[in-house]
Design a protein around this ligand. Structure first.
Ligand code: PGA
Length: 252
């Protein structure tokens, strides 16, 4: 039985004061129940302060990105062990904004995935198609290329300690959520692709949906058989909005 993971991707938002209020609202409002885990991913400068607030709570800490390198002359980058050092359990890799704005390739994302995992961080691998790709009927090909970069580099076994997030680019920050059926179709495809190599392992991998998820649409998405949680941007910036999604997970 897979647990739900409800992950907040704060992107480049927040401040010391705002984060403190947001995190205390989340920590104090975690719904009762055992079938889910909450995660917050603040910007890098705030990881340590948020870590001190979530330590000992039901909320885990993650980063929004990570370097594929361990140390050295990489100005502006953050090594995987540094994330461990400040208390992170997870790192998002290959978010579509990193791919589109910063030119990260699937090979580079795979290298980040493996570097994070080698340091003991659980990578959250983001995959997803643009609207043009969906309209051209190439959704599955795009997802396969993004997944295969990791599968080809390291095999299916690495997914035993990883999370996948399906985030259709056209649904991110647009208010246009994929329907539960549209999302489920891609989630099933992702799981089948892993299952072709290891059916047991594929059954255990958490696959999150991301793209305008909120309290109102979360119950419909989370009741689909292959949707195991959410990667949430906009609705993770207000404790009550984030907790409404957590509540949907607790009820599902
Ligand atoms: P959104 O962002 O919930 O604001 O659409 C999701 C994401 O980019 O992870």
């Amino acid at each position: 039985m897979r647990q739900f993971l409800i992950a907040g991707n704060w992107k480049m938002n927040g401040s010391l004061a705002a984060n403190e209020a947001l995190v205390s609202g989340i920590v104090n409002g975690v719904p009762d129940g055992a079938g889910f885990r909450l995660l917050v991913c603040p910007p890098f400068p705030y990881l340590a302060s948020v870590a001190s607030q979530v330590t000992g709570s039901a909320v885990a800490l993650g980063a929004q990105n990570v370097s594929e390198h361990d140390s050295g002359a990489f100005t502006g980058e953050t090594a995987p062990f540094m994330l461990v050092d400040v208390g992170c359990d997870y790192a998002i890799v290959g978010h579509s904004e990193r791919r589109a704005i910063y030119g990260e390739t699937s090979e580079q994302v795979a290298a980040k995935f493996l570097a994070a995992q080698a340091a003991g961080i659980t990578p959250i691998l983001c995959v997803g198609e643009t609207l043009e790709e969906r309209e051209a009927g190439t959704t599955e090909q795009v997802i396969d290329e993004q997944l295969d970069a990791v599968l080809g580099a390291a095999g299916v076994d690495v997914f035993a300690a990883a999370v996948i997030a399906y985030e259709p680019v056209w649904a991110i920050g647009t208010g246009m959520t994929a329907t539960p059926e549209q999302a489920q179709e891609v989630h099933r495809h992702i799981r089948a692709r892993l299952a072709a190599q290891d059916a047991n392992l594929a059954e255990k991998v958490q696959i999150l949906y991301g793209g305008s998820m909120k309290g109102e649409n979360a119950p419909g998405l989370l009741c689909m058989p292959d949707i195991d949680g959410g990667l949430i941007g906009g609705a993770s910036l207000k404790a009550s909005d984030f907790l409404a999604i957590a509540e949907a997970a607790a009820q599902s």
